[in-house]
Design a protein around this ligand. Sequence first.
Ligand SMILES: CSCC[C@H](NC=O)C(=O)N[C@@H](C)C(=O)N[C@@H](CO)C(=O)O
Length: 674
Amino acid sequence: MTTPFSSLEDFVALPRLSGLVLNREGTRLVTSVATLDPKKTAYQSALWEIDPSGAEPARRLTRSSAGESGAAFLAGGDLLFTSARPDPEDADGEKRPSLWRLPATGGEASLLVTREGGMSGVLTAAEADVVVLTADALAGSTGEEDDAERRKARKDSGVAAILHAGYPVRYWDADLGPDEPRYLAVTDVDGDGRPTLDDLVPSARGGLRNAHAVLSPDGRLLFSSLTVPEELGSQRSVLVRVDLATRELSVLLDDRENDYTPGPVSPDGRYLAVTRDRRTTAELAPQSSLLLLPLDGGEPRQLAADWDRWPSPEAWLPDGSSLVATADDDGGAPVVVIDVATGAVRRVTEDTAAYSDVRVSPDGRTAYAVRSSYLFPAEVVRIDLATGATDRLQNPAERPELPGTLERVESVGQDGQAVKSWLVLPEGASADAPVPALLWIHGGPIGSWNAWTWRWSPWVMAARGYAVLLPDPALSTGYGQHMVDRGWGSWGAAPYTDLMAATDDLVARDDIDGTRVAAMGGSFGGYMANWVAGHTARFAAIVTHASLWALDQFGGTTDAAYYWAREMTPEAMLENSPHSHIGSIDTPMLVIHGDKDYRVPIGEGLRLWYDLLSASKLPANEHGVTPHRFLYFPDENHWILKPQHAKIWYSVVEAFLASNVLGEERELPRELGL
Ligand SMILES: CSCC[C@H](NC=O)C(=O)N[C@@H](C)C(=O)N[C@@H](CO)C(=O)O
């Protein structure tokens, strides 16, 4: 059967939906869809409207080569978005991310506000036309004009240097500084003239975590995390409130045992939902809980304390009686409703999908959300909050046909713990025709294989005849606190033995050819792939992407060193470090790394590569020939994002597996220049 997963051209061209906003009346849903640009070397996103009733087909709202994102409805009904599209009224104007307004009554979008440094997001209030932009400003700037001048001077002089006095200095693939996150209130949104921008908290000096900010329904208050630096390069997230009228900043929750992130404000403005993340230590694994904070100054109260899951608050019911949340749960992430009086949790969605971006209708009966699973990519659905009945709305794209089937399987860890996996089986797998298999190890390690991913699509490998096992070993979320605790600080123990238990059951199946099995992982999954390489020869090949190799150096060079230092002492890092086992590796390894990866810096990939060539059981010969391979991306980060590079990634992985697992040679892409 030919599906879009058979051809990498077709695969990278599949539309990718993300995000969802609902207008105040509950009559308009808007999402974002990324598709290939005309050159097929980048994705560009456009906004689409989806009919909440399900009657009408989805319709495209925006169209520009620059793409649009950051959709947010004003209380009055107009739709705001950010785009670097040119302003038709300013032919010579520079293209930079600006704020645009699309009238509810239809017509053309018009530019609302622009700034030299661009903007990263838009916050709007539910009941008032209040808009706050999240944007970066230079640390020393005294206002918008000064910021623009300083930026221009820096650009014109070609200076890129950044002088740091604190930590961190990088984040994922971005250099931090000399600009820092700010909240910029957009003044007089509905006035006649062009609005100006007003820096709400110029003194916060880089500590504002604007990815997690919310506005109260009346638009008078903004809630945000504020990062407070601590000694020894550490930091904590405290919860703050900013009064938009007075600019007064108040600290609401701050202690050294927890990080706090704001959730939605109750419809009456009296409570804030808050996520509390416990500060980890060598003894204490992460733990996330949901708090209800009275905004009149009372003490916070934990909700759903007896529920052994980590709820993430999404929205309130309009009468304020309950919070709608999602939580990782047994290989999915359902929508639940939590009663704020009793803390009782009621599961709403019954399928195994992972839900996000939950929006509640004004009458409180219906929710709309984005969901995905290993059976389908992200799509917009309508949920009956009373019955859980869930309908797929008319989406911008149909679900792609899959080249196989999906099963849920269960193994037993050494301590008796159930270890669950998703198993993707290619079409035709049977006892008469057993298929080769791949063990895929997820990253984090705090996470779960529970949602569709474009970066590691098991269906691309299924279309090439492989079964793919996606296990959730120790440290995975959705199975209770004990599952996380049992792997904490000892990555080479239960997480590894759980994976081996799942592999034992995989190779025992009669539809799997147990002699042709490989292991693959990215990031922490790559760490584990490296650990596997040094501890067993059962796999025919190992693919290790953006992987942690030598924990002694990783601990000091990653972008958030304090996070890992809390879990492991330098001694524990050495004890759990895969590089100590280089001498035992006799499996061909494909190492993949992007140079712009600051989460797992390129030094990990470089050192692993050199160690493999110089010290593994399969070293390079005197001509430098080795069974190992190194796929290096000079301009990619922790992930391989460019469509042309994603195709190279899958092609090289497939060729390496074919050679080492199937004993077949594949032609490599011409673009590699070999
Ligand atoms: C704040 S630093 C660590 C955050 C996170 N760990 C969570 O458990 C993390 O980024 N870990 C990476 C090493 C990793 O494994 N990333 C995964 C999942 O995000 C990936 O696929 O990139």
